[in-house]
Write a protein that binds this ligand. Structure first.
Ligand code: COS
Length: 380
């Protein structure tokens, strides 16, 4: 497989790296401390075209694909995981609308989500439907009198849920049918009966708000059903495949960022009269970190390639998510170890990255879910 970048992709990588260094990195510590969503950063991302990086130009996007998305997410996460994750998860909304939306839905919603600076969100998870995604209890009942669906239920752990103006929400249209009774809807924040509940106080990724959504007789026009009625579960799983490639790119960026910091620190920190990078123990740590990061990147690019060439790429996406997230945790851990006591201090970025990296093993499907998806292809 040829993973070399085209001239345009190289330029995008440079642009994303520069943006991350100039705009995201200076605020990374502050947004982690204050637990605030980087509104200014998101507006700047939209201005530069990142928020529609993989959406066609006719809908206000930059016309790229999965690789362009991965390039931006990876570069952002080298400097600020919260911002990279915000972009990665925001893109789930326009991607799902692009894939399953009607012409009218695409024309109405995509330009807002791409160049319009409007944040998107994707809401599947519920208190009773985490790993068991089919356990969704939110209902959508058709009201013939108004040609609307009435949604009732609670969603939880929704990234950007407290700020997003356009959300893709999954609800049961035929609750008795399980995976064959779920449908998707495009919901606007302004719709009657929609609100967000509590904003979670998380261990890390604090610059990316995670909220509960409350739907109380939320009225959604029937024309806002996304895709076909009762086909929502497959749509959600397909969107999660793409999101898992996004998490793999987040994890690779985080590992690369941690490795850069460790290499730098080891060359500057003097102990026993010489920089610690002269010590074989440190050299072996660095070698291990580099090897694992490169292996993770290759698996992430393999998933990107599969996403661009295959109709179904669940196995590749799950393998990439599983391995890259594990690698991010291990590499950040070693980078922190190399920093010794300084690594544990809040003033150094490793402590934040350590907390941020952990989430990549949990969200968009835990490592155990990825193992389940992968092993199903082996054990019939
Ligand atoms: N793309 C398209 N369709 C898919 C699909 C995919 N990636 N994965 C499953 N489907 C379809 C299947 O083909 C099947 O369709 P048929 O019934 O027509 O054959 C249907 O969906 C049900 O699939 P499956 O039997 O695999 O469903 P399960 O309930 O067994 O799903 C797991 C199990 C655990 C894999 C699933 O629930 C899951 O991924 N859970 C984790 C959810 C998650 O990641 N949440 C994170 C946050 S989301 S905001």
């Amino acid at each position: 497989m040829d993973f070399s970048l085209t001239k345009e992709q190289e330029m995008l990588k440079k642009l994303a790296a520069q943006f991350a260094e100039e705009e995201l990195e200076p605020m990374a510590q502050e947004i982690d401390e204050q637990h605030v969503f980087p509104v200014e950063n998101f507006a700047k991302m939209a201005k530069q075209g990142f928020t529609g990086v993989n959406i066609p130009e006719e809908y206000g996007g930059a016309g790229g694909g999965q690789l362009e998305k991965a390039i931006c997410v990876e570069e952002f996460c080298k400097k600020c995981m919260s911002s990279g994750a915000t972009l990665s998860i925001h893109l789930m909304a326009p991607e799902t609308i692009l894939k399953h939306g009607t012409k009218e839905q695409k024309e109405k919603y995509l330009p807002q989500l791409t160049k319009g600076g409007v944040l998107g969100a994707f809401a599947l998870t519920e208190p009773s439907a985490g790993t068991d995604a089919a356990g969704v209890r939110t209902t959508a009942v058709y009201d013939e009198a108004t040609d609307e669906y009435i949604l009732n239920g609670t969603k939880c752990f929704i990234t950007g849920g407290s700020r997003a103006d356009i959300l893709v929400i999954f609800a049961m249209t035929e609750p008795k049918l399980g995976t064959k009774g779920m449908s998707a809807f495009i919901v606007e924040r302004a719709f009657e009966g929609f609100d967000h509940g509590k904003i979670e106080n998380k261990m890390g990724l604090n610059g990316s708000e995670t909220a509960e959504l409350v739907l109380e007789d939320c009225r959604v026009p029937a024309k806002n059903m996304l895709g076909k009625k009762n086909k929502g579960f497959g749509m959600a799983m397909g969107a999660l495949d793409s999101a898992r490639v996004g998490v793999a790119a987040q994890a690779v960026g985080c590992a690369e960022g941690a490795l850069e910091l460790a290499v730098q620190y080891a060359s500057e920190r003097v102990q026993f009269g010489k920089p610690i990078n002269r010590l074989q123990g440190i050299q072996w740590y660095l070698a291990e970190m580099k090897t694992k990061t490169e292996a993770a990147k290759a698996l992430m690019l393999n998933a990107v390639y599969a996403a661009e060439t295959k109709k179904r790429y669940s196995i590749e996406a799950s393998m990439a998510k599983l391995f890259c997230s594990q690698t991010a945790r291990e590499v950040v851990n070693l980078a922190l170890q190399i920093h010794g006591g300084y690594g544990y201090m809040h003033d150094y970025p490793l402590e934040r990255m350590y907390r941020d990296a952990k989430l990549t093993e949990i969200y968009e499907g835990t490592s155990e879910v990825q193992k389940l998806v992968i092993s199903r292809s082996l054990v019939k």
